[in-house]
Ligand binder design. Structure first.
Ligand SMILES: Nc1ncnc2c1ncn2[C@@H]1O[C@H](COP(=O)(O)OP(=O)(O)OP(=O)(O)O)[C@@H](O)[C@H]1O
Length: 257
């Protein structure tokens, strides 16, 4: 059961002026769910994702995954960042097999897994190219294949398509949904793009800033495949904008339509 139970999680970053970044987050993420986390810049989206990844510990509260209290990172939770940070001296294939290599997986098993996921993300034929020969979208696909090759139960994605052009972004969203449907992973997807959050998610968790709190959770019941101009999705987007404007913070309107 690759679900999370987040109970009363708060995060205070230290320093000369300690800041409460997250306050009292209670959230259950279901096994197999595609959950979007949406909010303005600085509301703590990445911090929450890092807590789920085990890269940060909450200051108070706790997170349970798969029936166990989280204490740190784990192979069952793969992370995909905006910058895929591929090693420039390794080919695409060798970047994708890296995690397996570090864990001592035999070469034939590595090859099998890397090729499977390179195919799945649409990079067949680019296995032997180096990262500088790949477009931004292709690098992001390679980063996704690298995460998938470790066979995680959960993908934790932090604005993974934030740095690619608009059309590539739409294509990557479609492809990610196909992969999610094929692989049956739990996905937690951080974005500040309202339409992306609604198009992708089963639910959209809207965070409000300073400190980051759950403002509202929007259910997106529309079955897939979805059309971007679907009236039901547009209505949810409008409801989200209305909720954002209710908060009335000048910085809480930094969203992409
Ligand atoms: N390691 C850290 N140490 C101190 N403060 C931090 C640290 N990481 C994040 N913060 C602060 O916590 C707040 C929330 O940051 P976070 O990156 O989680 O927000 P976000 O919603 O993901 O923002 P963005 O959309 O701009 O990436 C910010 O004010 C940030 O400066």
């Amino acid at each position: 059961m690759a679900g999370f139970s987040i109970r009363g999680v708060s995060k205070v970053y230290g320093g000369t002026t300690p800041t409460e970044t997250l306050s009292n987050i209670d959230l259950t993420i279901e096994d197999g769910e595609f959950l979007s986390i949406l909010g303005p810049s600085g509301c703590g989206k990445s911090t929450l994702l890092e807590i789920l990844a085990g890269l940060q510990l909450p200051t108070s509260g706790e997170v349970w995954f798969d029936g166990e209290k989280l204490k740190g990172p784990g192979i069952e939770r793969g992370v995909v960042f905006q910058d895929p940070s591929l090693y420039p001296w390794r080919t695409t294939y060798r970047n994708v097999e890296l995690g397996l290599e570090l864990r001592g997986v035999a070469k034939n098993k590595r090859r099998e897994a890397a090729q499977r996921y390179l195919d799945l993300v649409g990079l067949r034929g680019f296995e032997h190219k180096y990262p500088h020969h790949l477009s931004g979208g292709m690098k992001q696909r390679a980063g996704l294949a690298r995460a998938l090759a470790n066979a995680p139960e959960v993908l934790l994605m932090d604005e993974p398509f934030g740095a690619v052009d608009h059309l590539t972004r739409l294509q990557l969203q479609d492809d990610l949904l196909k992969i999610w449907e094929a692989e049956k992973k739990t996905v937690v997807f951080v974005t500040h793009d309202v339409s992306e959050a609604v198009f992708l998610g089963d639910r959209v968790v809207l965070l409000s800033p300073r400190p980051g709190r759950i403002n509202r959770i929007f259910q997106v019941s529309k079955p897939r495949p979805r059309k971007r101009d679907d009236i039901e999705l547009l209505k949810i987007q409008n409801d989200i904008y209305a909720a954002i404007h209710e908060v009335k913070s000048p910085e809480s309107v930094e969203f992409t339509i």
